[in-house]
Write a new protein. Sequence first.
Length: 76
Amino acid sequence: MSKEWYPVIDAGLCTECGACIEKCKNGVFDKKLVQPTVIYPDGCITNCRGCQKLCPSGALGYFGDVGQAPSTCCSI
């Protein structure tokens, strides 16, 4: 993966609700699987956090996250 910032799913916390998959319109997640799986990290918009904001179980974090403030690119 060449992208320096993309979602990482904690499988132990994930309830497989699909909110993150449904939210992301950039093809980051595999829409054919129930368990969220990142297949296209380059599609993730750095600091968007749209999928993380919708996650009811707090299962989403980000590779490369250094505590930056969320941008407004993906408002819910």
